[in-house]
Write a protein that binds this ligand. Structure first.
Ligand code: PGA
Length: 253
């Protein structure tokens, strides 16, 4: 057993109206407070416009809350964008950076992710940095190299800043597809990620960083994943839209 933080994080993506989101948050809170007996941390990532309301609603609860994205610039003429300082000012605990859907549909690169990570940390946010290879990259056996390149975005951070970083390995081929990487496949990559972090920083940082797995995590596969040596939790999409499934996953540590 290690003493890394165990985390169940729910990425709501572009789902739920405000009323529906309030209902889901209420159910998650109630179930977490009455059923969750382990020390798992629970984080939800609702859409931007729900954040202020849900932050208030969840006050005094064990549920932490974060944003799904932010802009890499500190401030300026970037119509429609949200800054790290704004997220900080409404009490956000976390921000997701580099989700594969953002890389795929909004041209996010390792460089823009690096800028975002730096700005987020400077504004006191904790970062969940998402990395993962496509099916094509895995079939070409490039998956380890792809991950190494994505982890370059952490270069230049201090060891103490790394305490505010959580990594999420999400193979693109397993997201929303119903196909999960096997627990062994996922753990193999998590170990590789830890080795890369050790090279970029040191062994202590590598052993301390929580690495979540994401991609079709459900109550029936969570236990197998969490039982692996280097899997410290999950970033959950579809199943996080059901309070029952989300809490059952969090209970699987
Ligand atoms: P999924 O999504 O659980 O629906 O596969 C995971 C994610 O994209 O974070």
């Amino acid at each position: 057993m290690n003493n890394r933080r165990k985390i169940a994080a729910g990425n709501w993506k572009m789902h739920k109206t405000l009323l529906e989101g309030q209902g889901l948050a209420h159910e998650i809170r109630t179930m977490a407070e009455t059923e969750l007996m382990n020390n798992a941390e629970i984080i939800i990532f609702p859409p931007f416009i729900h954040l202020v309301t849900l932050k208030k609603q969840l006050e005094g609860s064990p549920i932490q809350i974060g944003a799904q994205n932010m802009n890499q610039h500190e401030q300026g003429a970037y119509t429609g964008e949200i800054s790290a300082a704004m997220l900080s000012s409404i009490g956000m605990n976390y921000v997701l950076i580099g989700h594969s859907e953002r890389r795929q549909y909004y041209n996010e690169t390792n460089d823009s992710c690096a800028s975002k990570i730096n700005v987020a940390l400077a504004k006191g946010l904790q970062v969940v940095y998402c990395i993962g290879e496509t099916l094509e990259e895995r079939n070409d056996t490039k998956h380890f190299t792809v991950i190494e390149n994505q982890l370059e975005a952490l270069k230049g951070l201090s060891s103490s800043e790394m305490k505010s970083v959580v990594l999420a390995y999400e193979p693109v081929w397993a997201i929303g597809t119903g196909v999960t990487a096997s627990a062994e496949q996922a753990n193999e990559m998590h170990q590789h990620i830890r080795n890369v972090v050790s090279t970029l920083f040191n062994n202590e940082v590598a052993e301390g960083v929580s690495i979540l797995y994401g991609g079709s995590v459900k109550p029936d596969n969570a236990k197998g994943l969490f039982g692996m040596s280097d899997i410290d939790g999950a970033l959950i999409g579809g199943a996080a839209l059901s309070s029952r499934d989300f809490i059952d996953i969090a209970k699987s540590f």
